[in-house]
Design a protein. Structure first.
Length: 734
């Protein structure tokens, strides 16, 4: 119920889409009321509604071409359905076949999935109306007219709010990153956040950034930053991703820093800087997506200089027991905060319209998700494919609805079919959530419809105004909060049919029972017919995580050795974040599934936590890969890099073909001998310089770099090595 009435979600309704569908569906109703020609007005409204539900975000040209194709396909689907509706069993075969084919279209992405649903919805509308060829032609032509009417409205209004989805997702990214920064700041204070809390928030940031990529890049394949507004939002996303990576960096066990700087204000000052970064991110999230400038950002370099000087003063007072590792790590934290400061300043300048930033040439096309290959449809036609299993389940559910409704003599059979079409999703937990939202929204909506029809009986003008408001509410929120959208949609449909059918109160009961029966069928089929519980896909999620981490490490670590920037590592960073998000989502979805269907909960949880920490250490290294490109390639990193890659290979070997691997701990840690010797040498040199009063020397920066490399390579190696045991535990528990 919390998600059903989540006000934060409700505020994000798609206003532009609500306006378009409302105009296209309500205006024909007004015309039908004043002309009394409901036989024409209803199919026009339903045609506009079917096409409106297939309208996905994208650039203007792309959307219009997509809607044009949808009108053509919708016309064919409606016509064939109408012709077959005179023979119930032929109609059943057609609807079951259509449910399978259109559900399989989801292999090509969300746009095609939405289009498939719209075709099935359009077919459902005409199931009980096109009993003759004449009736079929009549309904088809007017439903196409309604769809064309919506298409024309899109031509006129389609450019308004075209960045709405991208702006909303960008605001969400700012908000979640701000919350993540607050948690990271707390780790420097007296009441640090728990690791699980930080990991959960990290996943929220990853999901928000992925939605930004989808809205700005994947759904705007003709754009890719090609317009001024698109380029501006793309640059902001670019900097946000880098800020997130820097916020995720872990330089040292922070307990050591608290011990080293006890009695000073250094830790609280660092906490304060990150806290102010979080506040700036929050303010930017409120202003920038709305097109407003944020010109009040206060540069933190002076504050960071002050903290840096205080660290040096503390170091001077503690020369006898100098904690080199802690001092170096603190300076690396400060260096990282300077980089975040620079990027926040950059984003603020973008918000103020700084024209000098328009010259930043970034190939956004490289960061879009590639389209599915054309042969993907056939490749997914197997029992192991989640798309195939979902298509089978949907077909079976449609079959059950039609046959059961036929033998029970249900008056509005298509309402049952519509219900299973819109609530059934590829996995159990999503369908479970959708079923509850549909039923709860329908029950409450029926109550609202009864109230409105009772109060305003005999006052059609007021009911028409109510219909307009309900339409806006429904189509603004159906895509954001399905349950709340249904709360508006149910009275909208019932009031619409009250103009056509005088027994409107009778239809309320029919709507309730149709929804209840269809919800039970959808839930039962989803549980019993080729169920897609997360235990079936968890192994593939874990393997994908290991593969993406291996590729990410191999990519960014080349910069340390080859003396050149490897731009591809940012693409691999995107993939590893996607993999981490999918693993975490799959784990949390499994927790909502029946207890009897949950497997390896403890083992998966351990993997989620461990891979999150490992990725944080890898992110710390990746930040400095470009800055140290080729600078310390003789530091023994090549051997360590290869050893870590072998650890990942061993993990994959364990996951794919369980085998016990022999370990030689002594030989493993010999890898770090060369790096450790060089680090100790430069530590001695630097300590000698400090004691002699030589504060500024080349060794100062070298020590900071060497200490960071030694700590982070060691951390990554230890965690990659530990990952093998967790993978082994995961396989054994299976």
């Amino acid at each position: 119920m919390r998600n059903f009435m989540d006000m934060n979600t409700l505020k994000k309704g798609n206003f532009a889409l609500g306006v378009r569908i409302t105009l296209a569906t309500v205006l024909p109703v007004f015309w039908g009321f004043y002309s009394s020609d409901w036989n024409t007005a209803v199919p026009i409204t339903l045609g506009a509604l079917a096409l409106g539900l297939s309208d996905s975000p994208g650039i203007f040209k792309e959307r219009i071409l997509g809607l044009t194709l949808n009108i053509f396909l919708l016309g064919i689907t409606i016509f064939i359905t109408g012709l077959l509706s005179s023979s119930f069993w032929f109609l059943v075969i057609w609807m079951v076949f259509g449910a399978f084919i259109w559900a399989m279209m989801a292999v090509y992405g969300n746009r095609y999935a939405v289009m498939g649903n719209a075709m099935l919805i359009g077919a459902s509308y005409i199931m009980s109306t096109g009993k003759t060829v004449e009736g079929t032609v009549f309904w088809t032509q007017w439903m196409i007219a309604g769809a064309t009417f919506y298409w024309l409205i899109c031509i006129v209004l389609g450019r308004f709010g075209r960045y709405r989805g991208a702006e909303e997702s960008l605001k969400s990214a700012f908000d979640t990153l701000s919350s993540f920064a607050l948690l990271r700041a707390s780790q420097l204070g007296k009441e640090p956040a728990q690791d699980q809390e930080i990991l959960d928030q990290r996943i929220k940031v990853i999901n928000a950034l992925n939605r930004c990529r989808t809205e700005l890049l994947d759904r705007r394949k003709g754009l890719k930053g090609g317009t001024k507004r698109g380029h501006k939002l793309g640059l902001v996303l670019w900097h946000l991703v880098d800020i997130f990576e820097m916020m995720s960096a872990t330089h040292i066990d922070l307990k050591k820093l608290h011990t080293t700087f006890v009695g000073t204000k250094i830790m609280s000052q660092l906490e304060g800087v990150i806290y102010e970064y979080a506040q700036s991110l929050q303010q930017l999230g409120d202003l920038l997506p709305a097109g407003k400038a944020f010109s009040k950002y206060q540069d933190k370099n002076e504050c960071l200089d002050h903290i840096f000087d205080e660290v040096n003063r503390h170091k001077l007072n503690d020369l006898e027991e100098l904690a080199v590792e802690e001092f170096v790590a603190t300076k690396n934290i400060i260096r990282n905060l300077r980089e975040i400061n620079w990027r926040l300043d950059r984003i603020c300048r973008i918000s103020t319209g700084d024209t000098s930033l328009e010259k930043e040439a970034i190939d956004f096309k490289k960061f879009a998700t590639d389209s599915a290959p054309r042969d993907r449809f056939l490749a997914e036609m197997n029992i192991h494919s989640p798309f195939f299993r979902h298509a089978i389940r949907l077909s079976v559910a449609v079959l059950f609805c039609m046959v059961l409704g036929h033998f029970l003599g249900m008056e509005q059979l298509y309402w049952m079919v519509l219900t299973v079409i819109v609530i059934m999703k590829p996995n159990f937990s999503e369908t479970k959530k959708r079923t509850f939202e549909r039923f709860a929204g329908t029950v409450l909506g029926c109550g609202i419809a009864s109230l409105l029809l009772t109060i305003f009986e005999g006052n059609p003008i007021v009911l028409l105004l109510c219909l307009t408001i309900l339409s806006m509410g429904s189509f603004m929120w159906l895509g954001k909060n399905y349950g709340f959208g249904v709360l508006f949609l149910t009275p909208y449909v019932l009031i619409l049919f009250s103009f056509v059918d005088e027994q409107s109160f009778h239809l309320i009961g029919v709507r309730f029972w149709d929804t209840l029966i269809a919800s039970v069928i959808a839930f039962g089929v989803n549980y019993l017919v080729l169920p897609n519980f997360q235990k079936l896909s968890m192994s593939s999620h874990v393997q994908a995580m290991v593969v993406s981490m291996r590729k990410y490490l191999a990519s960014f670590s080349k910069s340390f050795l080859q003396g050149e920037t490897q731009e591809t590592y940012k693409l691999d960073r995107k993939q590893v974040q996607l993999a981490q998000s999918k693993l975490n989502v799959a784990f949390h979805q499994m927790l909502t599934e029946p207890k009897s269907k949950q497997r390896r909960i403890d083992e998966v949880y351990a993997l989620v936590i461990h891979t999150g920490n490992l990725l944080a250490s890898m992110s710390t290294l990746a930040i400095y890969a470009e800055k140290m490109s080729g600078k310390y390639k003789d530091f023994g990193m090549e051997k360590i890099r290869k050893a870590i890659l072998r650890e990942f290979d061993d993990c994959l070997m364990i996951l794919q073909n369980w085998t016990e691997l022999e370990e030689d701990e002594e030989q493993q840690w010999e890898l770090f001998d060369q790096m450790k010797q060089q680090l100790e040498l430069i530590q001695e040199q630097r300590l000698s310089e400090i004691r002699s009063g030589n504060w500024d020397s080349d060794n100062q920066q070298r020590l900071a770099d060497f200490q960071l490399l030694f700590d982070q390579w060691g951390s990554v190696y230890r965690q990659a090595h530990g990952l093998k045991q967790l993978c082994a535990n995961f396989v054994k528990a299976g």
